[in-house]
Design a protein around this ligand. Sequence first.
Ligand code: PGA
Length: 251
Amino acid sequence: MRKPFMAGNWKMNLTTKDAVALARALKENLKDVTEVEIGIAPVYTVLAAVAEVVRGSNIQLMAQNLFWVDSGAYTGEISGPMLKDAGCSHVIVGHSERRQYFGETDESVNKKLKAAFASRLVPIFCIGETLAERERGQTPAVVERQVTKGLEGIPASDAKNLVIAYEPVWAIGTGKTATPAQAQEVHASIRSLVAKIYGQELADGMRIQYGGSVKGDNVSELMKQSDLDGALVGGASLKADSFIAIVRYQP
Ligand code: PGA
């Protein structure tokens, strides 16, 4: 009942020519896909060009971040209405690289989630523990804190559209994937946290993506887990073939 959602996070990669070529290849080779939702998140400077390519297709345009004020004296920032204007329907919020390198906190992530909803953008809300936290046995506490604080004050009418991405920081870009069982355990706990806040029905409908070194050859095993509803893909989303293999995983 939850439609799988495969999203490509292009991170700080690709200028116009290569971004447009990749978007074209995905559009052409994925046009028959109806059972899986698809999204790509290019850098801001190529959003408009990529929007032109994917318009009217089954590929949704996403941004990688946003600021929570609509406009004003905030040099270097970008707002929800601006992302909407560029053609985005989704936005990644709270990616661990933003938490790690750009000082994002549970509080700023909460403001950004609210701003995304206010602009009618679907947020992909990223959470996940570091290696040190996992080794100290803190994964459940970290995930609970990130979910609870991130969703503070967000009504069910918004939360029902939310997508969560569980991305253990130690698995991002390292080639180390969580085992399907490790991922499933955390995904199930995230779903029960969401159920505690919003009720079982909303939790049962929420997509929870896994992220961290997802590739064509590990995606099917991960997707067999009952609480995994898709993937947020970094490295393997930068080449048409490898992202196509993920979208076309063997269920
Ligand atoms: P990766 O990145 O697939 O390169 O590990 C995932 C992510 O950071 O979203």
